[in-house]
Design a protein around this ligand. Structure first.
Ligand code: BTN
Length: 241
């Protein structure tokens, strides 16, 4: 475990470039330049769980694009092992408890020509600090300590997360139907109004359902259904959530 770094995804990329193996995992007590999706900053004070796992091909799940949602299932399941926490997945990669964000996932892939050189699966969990202590307190953030009233055993959560990741990756490859059932049971975004931005285009509607790990169905304002590939999405907003 590092005391501090810019971002565990940065450190993992440096180590990957000098040959670190599949499964190599890096953790940091604090990040000074933690990153979220859509170019956002991920504030990462001491007490959180900030980690990145290096994945080298061939790895499960088979499709690279499934990685964030499969990791979201594993993260939600891990968090729900704490009695009193009811974590849910907000497509595509947020973990919420009620209307507050508890954790997020950032998957980044490095290509070598047309081939995947490696993927970095970054997971951030707001654990042992209060959301009021965030540098820029976020009214929509929560932490495990806020929810449970006392600090959690981070090592136990990390061990459980690594186990669940392996389990869910395997399930997604061997029995995708069961993994989809699990995803649907953990989702909190279906039925919510959503605005989705693509390169040069936007759609608004209601998040209707998951077609697969990589595709959702949106009911647009004019009542039509539109399928959206998660990989084609540039930004996602939930105006009322
Ligand atoms: C998001 O919700 O936008 C994704 C947040 C991902 C944060 C984690 S913390 C560990 C890893 N290192 C980073 O810089 N980001 C990810």
């Amino acid at each position: 475990m590092l005391d501090v770094c810019t971002s565990t995804n940065d450190v993992a990329a440096q180590r990957a470039n000098i040959g670190a193996p599949h499964g190599y995992t890096i953790l940091s007590e604090e990040q000074t330049a933690g990153r979220g999706r859509q170019g956002r900053t991920w504030v990462s004070p001491t007490g959180g769980i900030w980690l990145t796992i290096l994945l080298r091909p061939p790895f499960a799940p088979n499709s690279l694009n499934s990685l964030p949602i499969v990791a979201a299932i594993a993260t939600a399941k891990t968090l729900n092992s704490n009695p009193g926490v009811r974590a849910r997945i907000r497509w595509p990669n947020d973990i919420f408890v009620d209307d507050r964000k508890l954790a997020g996932i950032l998957a980044e892939t490095k290509f070598k020509g047309d081939e995947t050189a490696y993927s970095l699966l970054g997971v951030g969990i707001n654990a042992n600090f209060h959301s009021t202590s965030l540098r820029e307190p976020h009214p929509k953030a929560t932490t495990l300590e806020d929810l449970l009233g006392s600090p959690v055993d981070r090592e136990a959560i990390i061990a459980r997360l690594l186990m669940e990741l392996e389990n869910i990756f395997n399930l997604a490859s061997s029995n995708p139907n069961d993994a989809m059932v699990l995803l649907r049971s953990l989702d909190c975004s279906c039925g919510k109004e959503v605005r989705i931005g693509f390169q040069g285009e936007k759609i608004s509607g209601i998040m209707d359902s998951y077609e697969s790990f990589t595709k959702v169905r949106i009911r647009t304002i004019d009542g039509q259904y539109q399928q959206v590939e998660t990989s084609s999405v540039v930004c996602v907003e939930y105006p009322n959530f």
